[in-house]
Design a protein around this ligand. Structure first.
Ligand code: NAP
Ligand code: SF4
Length: 675
């Protein structure tokens, strides 16, 4: 019997049937933006279709240059452009899948000087001004949507998704926040929604009945002067009347200052929003955000309030997510951990998206894992992210792999990360690798510290011995008040009521989060999360906003760095603001330009360089000083072995600066693919 009966049930749309309830939601990869990359895009989608996903939605394709996300982003305006899209639709159809193309017009979110918007109000998240649309401009943009939908049909798509949420152009018309027009396109709610309704009506007329139209409706704007629930329902009913096939849920504008998809958001935290819509329309509803396992998806669908679940990033992490659910092998799924580090953070830096836990994503035609013709005996030393990914890849290819780990468990730095509140998804990566080791017969030797002599019989030795925390040279570093971050996370030591954290990098922020959050329910319970971040679950207020209730930190916390730049500058583009905001709301004090003079019974003595180049001396009278000053490589074994036999070094052992799991896992996979 299958564990996911509701998830795997077909959905009959009348003119076509979707084979299960899983939508691979729209995710910009960057491959859409260049014609030459469409063969890569086609292979990326082909693999997801082969993995049995029910319905795919492409990344956003703009109807014209006014709607660009950034200069030269993927556009479908002319018939000759349908040829490249044919590669995608053919690949998906050959794999017995279905695919819709998302039509995305960014309006004032466009990162270029040609953007247009209802009232010419500049967006807070782009540096560009935006032109107020004339009535003629509005008609032209509606025609552009319809033209693109028709071209999508010619290109062989099964339908389109009209992007009406996340604060993009259609949403900008709907909300008072961005629509100050006094003509027939603004003022009243009926007028503000006219743009969306005209697009849907004219598109349906143009494409006929047997073509899927998904409308991504912003059900919870999470910005001031957004829609109220009554307005959202009114629009949903109108869209149903006008011929929309399916309504997908949009949560939060890009400029909203409430997290909606990061790891710290509880799983399935926004399913209640879509469920609220159920009594009001008859067409299928899709729910979304932070659904990353078949169990969560099944639980939501079993409530019978929604018809499909959308997952985007989980399909970067694992192309075979659905097939594994069909086979009742959910423990083999490479789970998306919600980190955004290789997907959205890349997209926002105009780099191709990929995935931290699956570096093959979006590189399907470039990186290939092939069965080896010459099985070798391989020793991998170190069971952190780099060692685990290398061991798994080698074994998957048919090599005989022994993985040595000095401690009593696998995971390395991931075990530390997973113990930070709101980051326990990292445990899933450890679980994934361990399942793979059992499947591919990796000989895992825990509690085993090997020396060079122990390794002489192996054909290949891969050193992935990782890092140890740096102990900076500060007078008094051995004082009993000092705690190194890993001892705190593993609970070997406990922090007092007041602390100073030395180092405001990724781990300094994590530690500040660890010590300042008193209510762990905010990471697992949607209600607690909504209360903390100020989400009105009745959505009676505009945008669904209410007063946030961030509990103050139970400790006095100072987060310090030597640089004078903004603390947390190096954190991920799409998640750094969440960490900075959460710590600010909990009253964590940050100090920059610090010189650490000494540590003694009084606490931490610092000299702070001010903006005017003057200096001030302070004594932070704290119970503990937590050291988060980066790491140094552990590479002694490599130095001993490198001239003796075929030896490789990867991950933090090779380079500790800017140590990150994305690089470590990618290095492990690519080396494993090569040996
Ligand atoms: P990091 O980000 O490089 O930060 C190290 C911090 O220590 C810096 O703030 C640095 O700032 C300070 N520092 C370095 N040498 C020092 C010294 N000798 N004395 C005093 N302070 C010193 O390293 P990390 O925090 O250990 O994080 C490691 C990696 O994990 C990062 O590259 C990051 O990508 C990843 N990570 C990311 C996240 C996230 O994005 N949320 C979370 C955890 C980890 P100053 O030089 O200005 O003092
Ligand atoms: Fe998920 Fe992180 Fe991979 Fe993005 S990079 S798909 S958030 S695991």
């Amino acid at each position: 019997m299958n564990n996911y009966p509701n998830l795997l049930k077909p959905l009959d749309l009348g003119f076509t049937t979707i084979k299960n309830r899983i939508l691979m939601g729209s995710m910009h990869t960057g491959l859409e933006d260049r014609a030459k990359n469409y063969p890569k895009l086609a292979e990326y989608f082909r693999q997801r279709a082969q993995g049995q996903v029910g319905l795919i939605v492409t990344g956003g394709i703009t109807p014209n240059l006014r709607g660009w996300t950034a200069p030269f982003s993927g556009c479908l305006k002319f018939k000759f452009q349908t040829k490249r899209h044919r590669l995608v639709t053919d690949a998906v159809h050959e794999a017995d899948g279905k695919i819709c193309m998302q039509i995305l017009h960014t309006g004032r979110y466009g990162y270029h000087p040609f953007s247009v918007s209802p009232s010419g109000i500049k967006s807070p998240i782009t540096p560009f001004k935006t032109k107020k649309m004339t009535t003629k401009d509005i008609d032209n943009q509606i025609k552009a949507f319809v033209n693109t939908a028709q071209l999508a049909q010619i290109a062989g798509y099964d339908g389109v998704e009209i992007m009406g949420s996340e604060g993009y152009l259609i949403n900008q018309f709907i909300a008072k926040r961005t629509n100050h027009r006094k003509d027939e396109w603004g003022n009243s709610f009926a007028n503000r929604t006219r743009f969306a309704k005209e697009i849907v009506q004219r598109t349906r007329e143009a494409v006929g009945t047997d073509f899927i139209i998904i409308f991504r409706l912003s059900m919870l704007d999470l910005v001031s002067q957004g829609s109220t629930w009554d307005e959202v329902v009114t629009l949903a009913k109108d869209l149903e009347q006008l011929g929309v096939t399916i309504i997908n849920t949009g949560i939060g504008w890009h400029e909203a200052r409430i997290p909606t998809i990061a790891t710290c958001v509880p799983r399935g935290a926004f399913a209640w929003v879509t469920e609220k819509m159920r009594p009001h329309v008859k067409i299928p509803l899709i729910t979304t955000n932070r659904i990353n396992t078949p169990e969560v998806a099944e639980r939501i669908l079993a409530g019978k309030q929604v018809d499909m679940v959308s997952m985007a990033r989980p399909f970067l992490a694992d192309a075979n997510f659905v097939q594994k659910a069909i086979d009742n092998k959910a423990d083999e799924i490479n789970t998306c951990i919600g980190c955004n580090q290789a997907c959205l953070d890349h997209v926002f830096k105009n780099k191709r998206a990929t995935c931290l836990v699956n570096p093959l994503a979006c590189y399907e035609t470039e990186y290939k894992i092939t069965t080896t013709t010459q099985a070798k005996s391989c020793a991998v030393i170190g069971g952190g992210p780099a060692g685990m990914s290398c061991a798994k890849t080698l074994a998957q290819r048919g090599h005989n792999v022994t993985l040595f780990e000095a401690s009593d468990k696998l995971g390395g730095q991931f075990n530390l990360a997973a113990n930070i509140p709101g980051k326990d998804e990292f445990f899933n990566t450890n679980r994934y690798f361990q399942t793979q080791f059992a499947k591919h017969n990796v000989n895992v030797q825990l509690n085993t510290k090997v020396s060079a002599n122990d390794l002489s019989a192996f054909d290949e030795v891969i050193i992935a011995t990782g890092v140890v925390p740096r102990r900076p040279k500060i007078d008094g570093i051995d004082h009993e008040k000092v705690i190194i971050y890993n001892d705190l996370i593993t609970k070997k030591q406990v922090a007092g009521k007041s602390v100073a954290i030395i180092g405001a990098g990724g781990i300094g922020f994590d530690i500040a989060e660890f010590l300042s959050e008193d209510n762990e329910a905010v990471y697992s319970n949607p209600k607690a999360f909504c209360e903390e971040w100020g989400i009105d679950m009745t959505i009676q207020s505009e945008g669904g906003l209410t007063k946030a209730k961030h509990a103050p930190s139970p400790r006095e916390i100072y987060l310090l760095q030597r640089k004078t730049s903004k603390p947390g500058k190096g954190l991920g583009k799409t998640t750094g603001w969440i960490h900075r905001l959460a710590l600010k709301k909990r009253g964590v004090k940050t100090m920059v330009g610090c010189n650490y003079d000494k540590i003694d019974d009084q606490g931490l003595h610092i000299t702070v360089k001010k903006k005017d180049d003057t200096q001030e001396q302070h004594v932070l009278n704290v119970d503990n000083i937590i050291i988060c000053a980066g790491q140094v490589s552990v590479n002694k074994l490599y130095e001993e072995l490198k001239d003796k036999q075929s030896t490789h070094i990867i991950g933090g052992a090779e380079f500790a600066g800017e140590l990150d799991a994305k690089r470590a896992i990618k290095q492990g996979v690519l080396l494993g693919a090569k040996i």
